[in-house]
Design a protein around this ligand. Structure first.
Ligand code: MN
Length: 735
C-alpha cells in the first residue's frame, strides 16, 4: 500500500505548491475512518481510496480532488459525517465528498434501459463540479481493475453499467485512455471468449510484426526531420474492445481489419501540423476520405488534431494523429487537462478564494459535456438547463424517480404508483418525517407513509405540480363524489318506491333504463343524486300506470330533469347536465375533447332551444352560449377565433327548461299583474322573477324571467300575453 509520503511526492512532482499538511491529514483521517474494514480482495479497505487518489495524481489534479478521492467512501461507509469533514477540510472538499456520496446511491439502482438516460442526467445534475465526476471515474476504474475479486454474480452488472454509463462519460470528457481501459475491462467480463480470441490474434500479429511499430516511428521521425520539423512519434496498438466494435460496425472479420496501429505525431506549432501532414501525404499514398481537420473545427470536447490514414512502410495501413503539445495534453487528459492548465496558469499554485471565478471553467466544461452533438457522444441535443429543471429522488429500494423541480412527496408518490399516491398520508425524507408539501431536492430518499384511505384530499390538486399526480387526484375525487351521489340517489329512489307502495327492485330499474336514457343503474342513481332525474320520473319509467304528482302549470317543479346537449358542428358532442335553480349562475361542467370546459348561458335572456346559437370561448373561463340575435355578440365581432359553432342536440323524450326573458307592458288596472301571471302559468311557463322597469300613470313596464322548454313554447306564451286586453305590448328581451 502506498505510504503517506509517496502520495505527497506524486502530487509535488506536478504541483510544487501542494498543501502537504492537508494531504497528510486526509490520509490519516480516511485510514482511521475505514479502520479494519477490508475489500473483497482481503486488502485493507483504505487501499481503495488511496489507489483512486493515485489514479488522479496521474491526471495531475488539484489538492481538493486528491483529498476528495481519499475521503470519497467515508460518509457512506464509516462514522464520518459531512459536518465533520467540512470542519476539518473546508466546505469545498465537503461538497465534493457529498456529491460522491450521492452518486454512490446510483450503484444501488437496478440497471434498466429506461433508467440509463436518467442516470446519465443525474450524474451531471449532481456533479455541478466536474471534479466529482473525475473522482467517480477514477473510483470506477479502480473497482473495474479489481473486479475479479468481487462475487461472480455481481460482476456482469457492474461491467454493463461501466460500459453503458461510465466509459461513454469518460469519452465525452475527452479522457480517451480512461475510456478505453474501462471498455476493455468491461468487455473482458461480459464477453470473455470474444475478448480472449481477439487478444490472442493480436499477440500473434504482434510477433509477426515485431519491430514494425518501432520501424514506422523511426521512419516518420526522420522523414519529418529532413524537412526541418521536430516531431515526437509514438505508435500504439488498438485495444481489443475498439477492434471488436469495428468488426461489428463493418461486419468484417479480424483478418480484414487493416488499421490495427495508430501513431501520434506531436509537433511544435499549428503550422508544423499542416506542414507535417503535407509531407506525409507526399511520401506515402493516403487513403481517400480519411483526412479530418479537427484543428480548424475542434470537437465539442475541445479535442483538436489532424487525422489521416496512409499506406505506410510494409504496405500497412497506418492511422496518424498530428497535433501540438497543448492539443496532445487535452487529447490525453481531456477535462483534467484544463484543470491542470488553469491551475498552473492562473496563480502559480496560489490557492484562489472559492467565491472567485476560479471555477468558472468547471461550469463551462460541464456545459460542454451536456451539449455534445455527435451521435457517439454523450447526451446529445440536451442542455444542462434541462437538468436544472429536474430533481432526482430515490425510493427506499433505490429506484430512481425523476421529477420536475419543485415537485412534492405527493408527486413522488404518484410517480411511484397511483395507489401509493391515493393512500399517502405522510412521508419521510432522508429518514426524517417531513410534510407532504415539502419541496424535494436531488438525491433525497423519499419514503411514503400509507394509510387506509383511498381518496386523496381534493386540495392536493392545487399543491402537486406533475400532470400525472393532478390527473390521478382529479380522477379519484371525481369517482369519490360520484360514489356519494350514487349512494344518495339510491336512497332517494328507494324512498320514492316505498312512498308509492311499489316494491323496489333492481331488475325493474334495469328494464326501465333505456326510457331514462341511462346505461347502468349506477348511472341512474348518480343522476338522481345530482338532481338530474327526479325519483318520480324513475317511478313513471318503471311503472307507466303510476300516477304521481302531475306536472301542471305554474306548479311545475323547477328541475324537470333530463339532459340536453350542445353539439359542435364538427361532431364534438357536449352533454350538459341541468343545474338546480340555485346553481343557475354557476358554470355547467361538460366534458369536451380538451378536458373540462365550463359552459354557461349568457346572463339576461339566454338561448332557448329553437334559437340559433353560438358559443363564445373565454380562455380560462369556458364557453358562454348566446342566441345568435343577442346584441351582446357585437362585442366579439372582431375576435372570430373565439366563436364556436354549436347547436342544440335535444332529446325530445326528456324535456328540459331554459331561462328566457319577456318584456311586458301592462295597463295600470286592478288585477292586471295577476292576469299576466295566470297566462304564463296556464301555458306551462315557470315565472322565476318579475322586475318593474318603468312606470307611467297609465302603464307599467316589467321584465319577467320565465323558464320555457323551447322557442315555440316561448313564442306561444308571448302570443297569449298579447291576446290579453290588459297587455299593450309583449316581446322577448335579449340583454
Ligand atoms: Mn469507492
Amino acid at each position: 500500500m502506498m505510504r503517506q509520503y509517496e502520495l505527497v511526492d506524486r502530487v509535488r512532482r506536478y504541483n510544487p505548491a501542494t498543501d502537504e499538511a492537508l494531504l497528510d491529514s486526509a490520509y490519516v483521517y480516511a485510514m482511521k475512518a475505514h479502520g479494519s474494514q477490508t475489500r473483497a480482495s482481503g486488502d485493507p479497505y483504505f487501499s481503495h481510496p488511496l489507489e483512486v487518489a493515485a489514479i488522479l495524481t496521474d491526471l495531475k489534479l488539484d489538492d481538493a480532488t486528491i483529498v476528495a478521492a481519499l475521503l470519497h467512501d467515508t460518509i457512506e461507509d464509516t462514522k464520518a459525517t459531512r459536518a465533520e469533514i467540512g470542519k476539518k477540510f473546508g466546505k469545498d472538499i465537503a461538497t465534493l465528498v457529498e456529491g460522491l456520496t450521492k452518486i454512490r446511491k446510483l450503484d444501488l439502482v437496478s440497471k434498466r434501459a429506461a433508467q440509463a438516460e436518467n442516470l446519465r442526467k443525474l450524474l451531471l445534475a449532481i456533479a455541478d463540479d466536474v471534479r466529482v465526476l473525475l473522482v467517480k471515474l477514477a473510483d470506477r476504474l479502480h473497482n473495474m481493475r479489481t473486479l475479479h475479486f468481487v462475487l461472480e454474480e455481481k460482476r456482469s452488472r457492474i461491467a454493463e453499467e461501466t460500459l453503458d454509463i461510465y466509459a461513454p462519460l469518460a469519452g465525452r470528457m475527452g479522457m480517451h485512455d480512461m475510456r478505453e481501459e474501462l471498455e476493455d475491462l468491461s468487455f473482458r467480463q461480459l464477453q470473455p471468449d470474444v475478448y480472449r480470441s481477439i487478444e490472442s490474434r493480436l499477440s500473434s500479429i504482434r510477433e509477426k510484426n515485431a519491430g514494425l511499430i518501432k520501424g514506422i516511428e523511426q521512419e516518420l521521425t526522420s522523414e519529418l526531420a529532413r524537412e526541418g520539423i521536430k516531431a515526437k512519434v509514438r505508435g500504439r496498438e488498438k485495444r481489443p474492445y475498439s477492434i471488436w466494435k469495428k468488426m461489428e460496425r463493418k461486419a468484417v472479420g479480424f483478418e480484414q481489419l487493416s488499421d490495427l496501429y495508430g501513431f501520434r505525431v506531436v509537433v511544435g506549432s499549428i503550422a508544423d501540423c499542416y506542414a507535417a501532414v503535407g509531407i506525409v501525404h507526399t511520401k506515402w499514398p493516403f487513403v481517400p476520405g480519411r483526412f479530418k481537420d479537427y484543428i480548424s473545427t475542434p470537437k465539442q470536447n475541445d479535442y483538436r488534431s489532424l487525422h489521416t490514414t496512409v499506406v505506410g512502410p510494409g504496405r500497412q495501413r497506418v492511422e496518424l494523429q498530428i497535433r501540438t503539445q497543448d492539443m496532445d495534453r487535452v487529447a490525453e487528459y481531456g477535462i483534467a487537462a484544463h484543470a491542470l492548465y488553469k491551475d498552473s496558469d492562473k496563480s502559480n499554485g496560489e490557492i484562489l478564494p472559492h467565491d472567485s471565478n476560479a471555477y468558472a471553467w468547471l461550469r463551462r466544461t460541464i456545459e460542454m459535456l451536456a451539449e455534445g452533438s455527435s451521435p457517439e457522444e454523450f447526451l446529445e441535443h440536451t442542455k444542462l438547463e434541462l437538468f436544472h429543471d429536474q430533481v432526482f429522488c430515490f425510493t427506499p429500494n433505490g429506484r430512481l424517480i425523476a421529477l420536475p423541480r419543485k415537485a412534492t412527496p405527493i408527486d413522488f408518490a404518484y410517480a411511484v404508483h397511483t395507489d401509493v399516491g391515493n393512500s399517502a398520508i405522510g412521508c419521510k425524507i432522508n429518514g426524517q418525517v417531513a410534510p407532504l408539501v415539502s419541496e424535494l431536492q436531488t438525491g433525497d430518499e423519499v419514503e411514503i407513509i400509507r394509510g387506509d384511505a383511498k381518496t386523496p384530499p381534493a386540495a392536493w390538486d392545487a399543491i402537486v405540480i406533475t400532470g400525472k399526480a393532478r390527473a390521478a387526484i382529479r380522477r379519484a375525487t371525481r369517482s369519490a363524489v360520484r360514489a356519494q351521489y350514487t349512494g344518495l340517489g339510491r336512497r332517494m329512489v328507494e324512498r320514492a318506491f316505498a312512498k308509492a307502495s311499489l316494491p323496489f327492485s333492481e331488475e325493474k330499474l334495469q328494464a326501465a333504463l333505456p326510457r331514462l336514457a341511462r346505461h347502468t343503474t349506477e348511472d341512474l342513481f348518480s343522476s338522481v343524486g345530482r338532481a338530474e332525474i327526479k325519483p318520480d320520473d324513475v317511478l313513471r319509467a318503471v311503472d307507466p300506470e303510476w300516477r304521481g304528482e302531475r306536472v301542471t302549470g305554474a306548479k311545475t317543479p323547477k328541475s324537470e330533469g333530463g339532459w340536453f346537449g350542445l353539439r359542435r358542428a364538427s361532431s364534438l358532442k357536449f352533454r350538459i347536465p341541468e343545474k338546480s335553480k340555485e346553481e343557475k349562475t354557476a358554470a355547467i361542467p361538460i366534458r369536451g375533447i380538451n378536458g373540462e370546459l365550463p359552459v354557461r348561458f349568457a346572463p339576461n335572456g339566454g338561448a332557448v332551444p329553437g334559437d340559433r346559437i353560438v358559443g363564445i370561448l373565454t380562455p380560462g373561463e369556458g364557453i358562454t352560449i348566446y342566441p345568435i340575435h343577442s346584441p351582446a355578440l357585437k362585442e366579439y365581432d372582431d375576435q372570430p377565433e373565439r366563436w364556436l359553432d354549436v347547436r342544440w342536440d335535444m332529446e325530445e323524450a326528456v324535456p328540459q327548461r331554459f331561462p328566457a326573458q319577456v318584456g311586458v307592458t301592462v295597463k295600470n288596472v286592478p288585477g292586471s299583474l295577476a292576469q299576466v301571471a295566470t297566462v304564463i302559468g296556464e301555458h306551462g311557463g315557470n315565472i322565476d322573477n318579475i322586475r318593474m322597469s318603468g312606470k307611467s300613470p297609465d302603464f307599467t313596464r316589467m321584465v319577467i324571467d320565465v323558464e320555457v322548454f323551447d322557442l315555440k313554447h316561448l313564442n306561444a306564451i308571448i302570443t297569449q300575453l298579447r291576446a290579453k286586453k290588459v297587455v299593450s305590448a309583449a316581446e322577448r328581451v335579449n340583454g
